[in-house]
Write a new protein. Structure first.
Length: 231
């Protein structure tokens, strides 16, 4: 590696570190989102990564039909983990799509219903907040999502997983989780993942996360230990 390349790599790493520490990464993300969403209503946005949403759904459509499985449904927090390997259960289907909002997941309910799942583990909401949706509005969309799943999947138990803590928007995440706990139905179970990944500053524990949003391997290990009794 040349000296010039080493300097370039070092400067880039320093910049990333400074952005994460100062929440500058959030500013850059939101700046990008504002460009993408200026002509769209926040109430109908399906994804903050539209191309990923399309590609991943096409990939799901091409898979052979399977029914009676356990489905992990949501955004990148779901997509990023190999849940069947984490729990050593071959009947777990990963239906996470990076960038999906609550509305994006809602749009996929018919595809989930076709799987006739026994259990559905939901994790979504952070991208809706990141896009600028108020927690109360996001909570209303989440309630609609759960009602749609209850109707479309009459034999499924739905597990609402709390939105994970982040290094930003802490009050919004807490407010949304508070509302999610109030969704009541005999076939709905609320699981608190949030408090298990939290540090004393009400941010996501830096030892369990590398970018302020997504858990690292240790973080998924903690998450998995909370979920294991429900599987």
């Amino acid at each position: 590696m040349t000296i010039r390349l080493r300097i370039s790599v070092a400067l880039n790493l320093m910049l990333v570190f400074m952005l994460i520490r100062s929440d500058g990464i959030l500013h850059l993300i939101r700046e990008k989102l504002n460009i993408s969403f200026t002509k769209q209503s926040l109430l109908t946005i399906k994804s903050i990564e539209p191309s990923r949403h399309i590609i991943r759904r096409d990939a799901f459509d091409a898979l052979p039909a399977r029914t009676g499985q356990t489905v992990f449904l949501g955004d990148s927090l779901i997509e990023n983990e190999e849940w069947n390997e984490l729990f050593n259960q071959s009947d777990i289907l990963n239906r996470g799509i990076s960038g999906d909002t609550i509305v994006g997941v809602q749009d996929r309910v018919p595809e989930i219903a076709a799987l006739k799942p026994r259990k559905i583990f939901l994790m979504c909401g952070i991208n809706s907040l990141l896009a600028g949706l108020p927690p109360a509005t996001a909570a209303g969309q989440y309630r609609d999502l759960v009602q749609s799943l209850l109707k479309a999947c009459p034999d499924s138990t739905i597990y609402i997983q709390s939105v994970l803590p982040t290094s930003f928007d802490k009050d919004k995440v807490a407010a949304l989780n508070h509302s999610l706990q109030d969704i009541k139905n005999p076939r709905v179970v609320y699981i608190d993942i949030y408090s298990h990944l939290l540090d004393k500053n009400h941010s996501i524990n830096s030892e369990l996360c590398s970018d302020g949003i997504h858990p690292n391997g240790a973080g998924y290990g903690v998450w998995g230990s909370v979920l294991r009794p429900y599987l």
